[in-house]
Design a protein around this ligand. Structure first.
Ligand SMILES: NC(=O)c1ccc[n+]([C@@H]2O[C@H](COP(=O)([O-])OP(=O)(O)OC[C@H]3O[C@@H](n4cnc5c(N)ncnc54)[C@H](OP(=O)(O)O)[C@@H]3O)[C@@H](O)[C@H]2O)c1
Length: 266
């Protein structure tokens, strides 16, 4: 009897919050073989090692959840951000083309300047105002312009309730520790659960959606302050939260970067 050959899905960035969420849910999709790669097998700073990993695993789908995600650190070392989020992605596109793999790559609401007051769609022109956003825009353009089979999913204010270091978990930890909570009220966006993102990616693969650019985000629009209030309410906790303004001299972040998501559902 011939062994059945399942398509392989490779997920990079397996130690990150999105990578861990894929691992958590992978058993729901047993029709695929799943391979999770950490930094050793998928080093963005040594793309030739990524080429070797892809040649060895030969994935039908490469879900790239690895990225340099520290917005403030990107501002102090923009060349590093560009190398990891831009140049390495351009090379990844080439490797995926060579392997005939479908590349699924993630980008961010921070490619927008935040001057709009209604949700950004895939048609709106990106104009990043910080180094992280610029480097992510470079990566998404590499995929959209050169991948033979490629998706870019822009998402925003990502959090996993169970994994990683993120706003959701930080607010809860501080509230539990009785620490004072001061949260900015002048940045507006669409907080998005990694669960939502994983479900959308799997729908995209299985449908499949046409290759291209998609926004995937949860529906509610919040400031960080109102999101903090929601988190405490959701977890049945009470704590005082003081709304504040973005401090002068902070890394520039879009004032408004909610993502409109109608394209993915049409
Ligand atoms: N977090 C957000 O609010 C947000 C918002 C919009 C879009 N996104 C995008 O969503 C995607 C997933 O983000 P996330 O929040 O899950 O990120 P994360 O939790 O910060 O995880 C990042 C992953 O990338 C890996 N990584 C970092 N530098 C690397 C390098 N030089 N070589 C190889 N791997 C490296 C990390 O590995 P180590 O554990 O070894 O460091 C980790 O596994 C990213 O493309 C991000 O830009 C995130």
């Amino acid at each position: 009897m011939e062994a059945s050959i399942k398509p392989t899905i490779l997920v990079s960035g397996a130690t990150g919050q999105l990578g861990k969420t894929f691992q958590h849910f992978a058993s729901q999709w047993k029709q695929y073989d799943w391979v999770f790669c950490q930094r050793n097998d998928f080093p963005l700073d040594r793309p030739q090692e990524i080429a070797k990993t892809l040649a060895r695993i030969h994935p039908a789908y490469c879900i790239n959840a690895a990225a340099f995600t520290q917005v403030d650190a990107a501002e102090t070392d923009p060349e590093l951000a560009q190398r990891l989020n831009g140049d390495a992605v351009a090379q990844l596109v080439q490797f995926c083309n060579e392997q005939n793999s479908t590349l699924i790559h993630f980008s961010t609401d921070y490619v927008f300047d935040g001057q709009q007051s209604h949700p950004y769609t895939e048609e709106d022109t990106p104009k990043p105002i910080n180094a992280y956003g610029k480097s992510k825009l470079s990566g998404e353009q590499a995929v959209l312009n050169h991948a033979h089979k490629g998706y870019v999913i822009r998402t925003s204010w990502l959090y996993a309730k169970a994994f990683g270091k993120n706003f959701y978990r930080t607010i809860l930890q501080k509230a539990k520790a009785g620490e004072p909570l001061q949260v900015v009220d002048d940045q507006i966006g669409t907080p998005t659960s990694t669960d939502t993102l994983v479900a959308a990616v799997m729908e995209m693969i299985q449908t499949p959606w046409p290759y291209g650019l998609y926004h995937v985000a949860d529906e509610e629009v919040h400031s960080w302050y109102s999101f903090a209030q929601k988190i405490l309410q959701e977890e049945g906790m009470t704590a005082q939260i003081q709304p504040t303004s973005t401090p002068t001299g902070a890394t520039p972040r879009p004032r408004f970067s909610a993502l409109g998501t109608t394209k993915k559902s049409t």
